[in-house]
Design a binder for this molecule. Structure first.
Ligand SMILES: Nc1nc2c(c(=O)[nH]1)N[C@H]1C(S)=C(S)[C@@H](COP(=O)(O)OP(=O)(O)OC[C@H]3O[C@@H](n4cnc5c(=O)[nH]c(N)nc54)[C@H](O)[C@@H]3O)O[C@H]1N2
Ligand SMILES: Nc1nc2c(c(=O)[nH]1)N[C@H]1C(S)=C(S)[C@@H](COP(=O)(O)OP(=O)(O)OC[C@H]3O[C@@H](n4cnc5c(=O)[nH]c(N)nc54)[C@H](O)[C@@H]3O)O[C@H]1N2
Ligand code: SF4
Ligand SMILES: [Mo]
Length: 757
């Protein structure tokens, strides 16, 4: 039976479908966690000396213990009972305390008194802020319809507003941090395996014999337990192949660093697949039993030879061959890392499909040292709403794309705001996401923000996007509130925990449940959010799985369950696809006139005189949200510009000198220090994302370093998902007021066109 697109998404389980109610079945709990050594058993009672909770300095959500003295949080540590991070936190996790006590925090509700973008505000009361917001949203809804109200959201704090938007039947909500992150990857894997690789990615690195990373730069990209597994794998003797135009922290640990021409990864993947098939290095039993379309795949990639790929990727054919042979030799105990941030070139779903296909033919799925399986722990459930979800016949803007992840691609909402098509968007509610730096082509986002009838921003610090809001609501931090109950299932030992406050909310900040409930009531939905507060909601959820806050705290703030990481005789392979098999050839894609097997589609090369602008992570910061943190700022307050040493020599630029970048639209950046290094190709430069904030209210971060996001001028969308690509922008350098044409140190292959200015 063929699937329509909608049924595919439903089957894939990634729509906001109702969750099954579970009780903890007998025997499911893993060996009980010993009782914690809490000074006082009751977290949330503010006299307690230690409180367990969940980190949100990034959304990996490591488990925490906070030490409190005289009502002040004095130290954060990893929760020793955590089966994932144990006692360890990363630098950002440790520094959460400096977010809590950041003097620049949003303290009171405010209204705009200057023009949008100016950041001139006046303190108002909560009543005035909520009433003004509701009046505006109700008025706009009456004049232009529900669909004219858009929600931009991210993170734990949006776990109430996002379902609310859904509940009232408004399709116009976007999570830029999903679309512009892993959205296309998840769709690529769902189309192949009927399953996404999860979060954390289910890569069995500690048990593997070989890891293959394309762009993934673990060590700079930090997730405590993921990095621990990676290091454990290396210590256990696993080999590492890193494909990256830059000598990343992972490349530094690699057995093979393949310095690929940016944008050509799909060619490399297809050549690997072809070589592995032609030389019989694939898992014949797995392919025969569990996949469809192998013959079509074999035919489709037959011309993707080593020499063809070498020309495109600039990786010597011998290295492509050698690494393909290594994969064949060590399969199936090979981690083909699915990556996380994949919004690269606009053909990212197809590249993710190619990764998934490579992982499949090597037989790595559900195998020790490959890609382990999602667990099925009990799922706590308690309804946030007393009424049924409202039926909606509104036309979702996302229908323009064949397989969008849930919600609307961010660009769809920006376009509709700017053009009024397919219908006007008149108001944005921005909740926990930096719309200015996170979505490429910021000049368009800013233009859209200026055009809107009403903008609400809910945040904890006066970050870039708050400058454009009419009303700003101060949310308390993750250390001052209850949130929902979390269950980790993309881990080998699944576990459950809950976020609980360590101290009372400071100033007039309020928690997300309270704010959402207040807004819902004022918008005429008093049947939503029936609980007194987020604590009661957490209790109800825990009750549904025979737990309570008290029981959980007795267990040290975490309960673990049994996982099922690998296929076994009792747990044989099964795939949630249309025919129950791994789709090497995708009929769903064919039905949508998309390539059913990935093909190499070149992304335009830099125009003459320019290089490609690349960006990524630093271990001590998370996007823009931590730049104002005084400890983390002290660690790394600015970014630098990685420039190839030979290029630097030709341009006469020395290490540590300052230059500006100019993008292909002629927009110039602030000065940035150059890091001259052989560790980056000549055809690109690299900066860390998250710097160069525009808000002067952030006294630590204001105008420190240079923003990649504000330098991205171009708007290239993945045709499958509608996600924006980030690596399609070009810059040249300006030194002492003089524009420097970037030299070309190698030929451009005939198969790759140049970007037309
Ligand atoms: N230019 C560029 N853009 C990117 C990327 C890139 O590398 N470069 N990476 C992409 C990726 S992978 C991702 S995941 C996204 C991340 O995108 P975002 O999550 O939007 O990134 P941040 O810049 O951290 O912005 C988060 C905002 O939420 C606020 N916030 C944090 N916690 C809370 C809270 O509890 N309550 C409320 N109300 N607000 C809170 C922060 O103060 C901050 O203003 O960005 C994507 N966009
Ligand atoms: N400390 C810290 N850790 C984080 C985050 C954070 O903000 N701070 N964010 C988290 C999130 S949400 C995400 S999505 C991940 C993102 O982290 P990852 O998914 O690991 O990394 P990316 O940001 O995609 O990739 C950056 C790397 O890709 C390389 N690259 C650039 N162009 C190409 C290319 O064409 N081909 C190849 N093969 N490589 C290329 C860059 O040189 C760089 O080394 O990090 C997570 N971890
Ligand atoms: S990786 Fe670091 S910042 Fe992220 S949740 Fe864990 S400790 Fe917190
Ligand atoms: Mo991300």
């Amino acid at each position: 039976m063929k699937l329509t697109r909608r049924r595919f998404l439903q089957n894939a389980g990634i729509t906001a479908a109702a969750l099954a109610t579970w009780k903890i079945p007998k025997g499911v709990l893993a060996s009980p966690v010993p009782a914690a050594t809490m000074a006082s058993g009751l977290p949330g009672s503010l006299g307690a000396q230690e409180v367990t909770s969940v980190c949100e300095m990034c959304f990996w959500r490591c488990l925490l213990t906070g030490k409190i003295k005289n009502g002040r949080l004095v130290k954060l540590e990893g929760n020793p009972k955590s089966p994932a991070n144990g006692t360890k936190l990363c630098a950002r996790g440790n520094a959460g305390i400096k977010l809590l006590y950041d003097p620049d925090r949003l303290k009171y509700p405010m209204k705009r008194v200057g023009t949008r973008g100016e950041g001139k505000w006046q303190r108002i009361t909560w009543d005035e802020a909520l009433d003004t917001t509701a009046e505006n949203l109700n008025r706009i809804k009456k004049e232009h319809g529900m669909e004219s109200l858009a929600l931009f959201y991210h993170g734990a704090s949006a776990k109430f507003i996002e379902p609310f938007w859904h509940h009232i039947g408004n399709p116009n909500r976007t999570e830029p941090a999903f679309f512009q992150c892993r959205g296309s990857r998840d769709i690529g894997y769902l189309l192949t395996f009927g399953d996404s690789p999860g979060s954390p990615e289910r890569m069995d690195m500690e048990k593997t014999r070989l890891m293959v990373f394309l762009g993934t730069h673990l060590g700079e990209n930090i997730h405590v337990s993921h990095v621990m597994h990676y290091i454990e794998g290396l210590c256990n003797g696993a080999k590492l192949v890193v494909v990256d135009p830059r000598f990343s922290a992972s490349a530094a640990k690699a057995d093979k660093w393949l310095a690929i021409r940016p944008g050509t990864d799909t060619a490399l993947l297809l050549a690997w697949i072809n070589y592995i098939i032609q030389h019989g290095l694939y898992d014949k039993e797995f392919v025969a039993k569990y996949t469809t379309g192998f013959k079509k795949l074999k035919d489709s990639v037959k011309d993707c030879t080593l020499d063809w790929a070498a020309g495109l990727t600039d990786i010597p054919a011998g290295q492509i061959k050698e690494t393909a042979e290594l994969m064949g030799k060590l399969a199936p105990h090979v981690v083909i890392h699915c990556g996380r941030f994949v919004a690269w070139y606009g053909n990212d779903t197809q590249r993710s499909r190619a990764l998934a296909i490579l992982a499949a033919i090597l037989g790595t799925y559900g195998v020790e040292g490959g890609m382990y399986l999602k667990s099925k722990p009990p799922r706590p459930k308690a309804s946030l709403f007393q009424s049924d979800e409202e039926e909606s016949d509104l036309e979702p803007i996302s229908d323009k794309w064949p397989f969008p992840p849930p919600g609307t691609p961010s660009e769809g909402l920006i376009e509709a705001t700017l053009t009024g098509k397919p219908y006007p968007i008149k108001s944005w509610v921005i909740w926990g996401t930096n719309t200015i730096q996170t979505i490429p082509a910021s000049h368009r986002t800013i233009e859209a923000l200026k055009k809107l009838d009403f903008v609400l921003a809910v945040d904890q610090i006066p970050n870039d996007q708050t400058l454009f809001a009419d009303i700003i609501l101060p949310q308390c931090t993750y250390l001052e509130r209850y949130d929902t109950v979390y269950v980790w299932k993309d881990v080998k030992v699944p576990y459950l925990s809950v976020r609980q406050p360590m101290v009372k909310p400071l100033y007039e900040s309020r928690d997300p449940y309270w704010i959402t409930k207040q807004l819902a009531e004022r918008l005429g939905y008093s049947d939503c959010f029936p609980y007194k507060d987020a604590k009661e909601y957490a209790e109800k959820k825990l009750e549904s799985v025979d737990l309570s806050l008290e029981k959980l705290n007795k267990e040290g703030g975490v309960v673990t369950f049994q996982g099922r990481p690998y296929f076994t005789r009792e747990n044989p392979p099964e795939f949630d696809t249309s025919d129950g098999k791994v789709q090497l050839y995708s009929e769903e894609m064919e039905d949508e006139d998309l390539d059913p097997i990935p093909r190499f589609e070149p992304t335009p090369a830099p125009p003459k005189g320019y290089v490609r602008l690349l960006s990524g992570r630093t271990p001590v910061h998370t996007f823009t949200r931590t730049r104002n943190n005084v400890w983390l700022n002290a660690e790394q307050s600015e970014n630098d510009l990685w420039l190839n040493d030979k290029v630097a020599k030709k341009l006469g630029i020395k290490n540590g000198e300052e230059v500006c970048m100019e993008n292909q639209r002629g927009v110039k950046t602030r000065p940035i220090k150059v890091k001259v290094t052989p560790g980056i190709r000549w055809d690109c430069v690299y900066i860390v994302h998250g710097y160069g904030q525009l808000s002067r209210h952030l006294t630590q971060a204001y105008h420190k370093g240079v923003s990649d996001g504000l330098t991205f001028a171009k708007n290239t969308l993945d045709p499958v998902t509608g996600a924006n690509a980030m690596r399609v922008n070009f810059v040249r350098l300006i030194k002492d007021g003089k524009v420097l044409e970037m030299p070309e140190l190698g030929p451009l292959p005939s198969g790759i066109p140049r970007f037309q200015m």
